[in-house]
Design a protein. Structure first.
Length: 483
């Protein structure tokens, strides 16, 4: 039976549950080499959301639920990853590849090739989040496994709910593999590399806030990240009189979805149009991409103020624009993780406006939370900022009926029930609604959940609590035998 190393002194319920999974698959690991375990939490996006790729401030809560990954070097030249929860998304539980497919030569595998290799089979595509870590570590740090590896994944972060199950898997896997290789990465580096896994191997055009929160989050604090590109600010401790909840809408969310990508592309189109309008130097390179010399906004829409947008730039950006027309006139955008479809029409103006206003809303939200006098007036303002953010998601086309209904139920209950604000989280198009409430609001939240479940005819998940990110949690070595 496997057990903690003597170096692991604290009790950890996640670790106990994970050990039960490891010991329930007694033949997966051998007693011949150390087993390294890492843990990374999901996150609840309180403010900022999809504006991260446009340079906004974001405020993210690391959740209590987490993903655990164990890694062990093995003599056989194969890469094996086993998930206890892959069946939830229609995936096969265990994926094995010959080592030479990920390490074909002394040269690192090209990202495009890795994407094709690891995502071609839909039932095995979940493994790209874990195996992609090996590709990125070789390409970016020249770190190569000298032999094979076996990895076990146990994910308690709800999948497809907009709370970053993918980032938790990437971060925990990279932390465990780096321990196996004797390499320690700081939290921000870990997050940046894991974003590359998702962008270039998985093929999801996410921003950085998910991986950064999973890697660097602090328990009971909001991670404050200025995404220009990744400036960690001092964490914002949630005031003692407040708590946050996450309510699942029952609508599955995916960052790989066309709605999220379309809004992202629209925002970068808007930035490109504005760069042309103000006379910035633009240099095309490759197909569909340009470089912009930007002394005004440093490449980020978030650095345009709402008043500047309304007075000087709003009417410059078209409401919508076809991809073919945009490419013919502007040659491309600065976003290297998306491709513009010439046959598609993109909503440009609202996608451009969203990060400009969201950055302003999030800055004000942070200032209010840190106020020495957080009274009823301030709580109402915090809630209004969340409702505005939610409305902007819907205007961008990435809302959903389920999340709209939950937000309206929270608003209807309101301050009389100690509920102040709610909004859709993360990439939108379903997923989870974040709720800001006074501490002790569990009964009011449960009433909303019960009413919503009755409306849709099925149970939904309720999330609460917080835990530390992977960098703080560290790595645990298992000891013993699997006899």
């Amino acid at each position: 039976m496997w057990h903690y190393s003597s170096l692991f002194h604290r009790h950890d319920a996640d670790m106990e549950r994970f050990l039960a999974q490891v010991n329930g698959s007694a033949d997966f690991f051998t007693s011949e080499a150390p087993v390294y375990v890492a843990r990374a939490p999901g996150r609840l996006d309180l403010m900022g959301g999809i504006a991260d790729y446009s340079g906004s401030l974001v405020l993210e809560m690391p959740l209590a639920v987490a993903t655990m990954v164990a890694a062990q070097a093995v003599a056989e030249p194969s890469i094996t990853i086993l998930s206890t929860t892959a069946a939830e998304i229609g995936g096969v539980a265990c994926v094995t590849l010959p080592r030479e497919l990920l390490y074909p030569t002394s040269e690192a595998l090209e990202y495009a090739h890795a994407h094709q290799l690891l995502t071609a089979d839909s039932q095995q595509a979940w493994a790209a989040y874990g195996m992609g870590v090996l590709v990125v570590l070789q390409r970016e740090l020249n770190l190569v496994l000298p032999q094979g590896v076996r990895m076990m994944v146990h994910c308690e972060v709800p999948i497809g709910k907009g709370v970053s199950s993918s980032a938790a898997l990437e971060v925990a896997t990279m932390q465990a593999v780096c321990a196996l290789l004797g390499k320690k990465l700081d939290g921000p580096t870990l997050a940046i590399l894991c974003q590359k896994v998702e962008n270039f191997v998985v093929g999801a055009p996410c921003g950085l806030m998910d991986q950064m929160t999973s890697a660097c989050g602090e328990q009971d604090c909001l991670l404050a990240l200025l995404c220009q590109p990744a400036e960690l600010l001092a964490p914002v401790r949630l005031p003692v009189q407040l708590e946050v909840w996450g309510i699942d809408s029952g609508v599955r969310h995916a960052v790989t979805g066309s709605d999220y990508a379309g809004v992202r592309i629209g925002a970068f189109m808007g930035y490109r149009i504005l760069a042309e309008h103000v006379g910035m130097t633009v240099t095309p390179y490759g197909e569909q991409y340009v470089e912009v010399r930007d002394p005004l906004w440093s490449g980020y829409l978030a650095n345009i103020t709402p008043s500047q947008w309304e007075m000087s730039y709003r009417d410059v950006v078209p409401v919508s624009l076809g991809g073919k027309e945009f490419l013919a006139r502007y040659h491309g955008s600065t976003d290297v993780v998306t491709r513009i479809d010439p046959e598609r029409v993109y909503a440009v103006r609202q996608a451009t406006a969203h990060p400009i206003y969201e950055h302003h809303r999030t800055q004000l939200f942070k200032t209010l939370l840190q106020s020495s006098a957080l009274g009823e007036e301030q709580l109402l303002l915090l809630g209004e900022l969340m409702y505005q953010s939610h409305a902007s998601y819907s205007a961008c086309g990435i809302g959903s009926g389920g999340t709209d209904r939950l937000v309206s139920m929270v608003r209807a209950a309101g301050p009389a029930a100690d509920l102040y604000g709610a909004k859709i989280t993360g990439g939108g198009s379903g997923g989870t609604v974040a709720v800001l409430a006074r501490r002790g609001s569990a009964a009011a939240i449960q009433r909303i959940v019960a009413a919503y479940e009755q409306e849709i005819g099925r149970a939904v998940m309720l999330l609460s609590g917080s835990s530390p990110g992977a960098a703080t949690w560290g790595v645990v070595q298992l000891a013993g035998t699997n006899e």
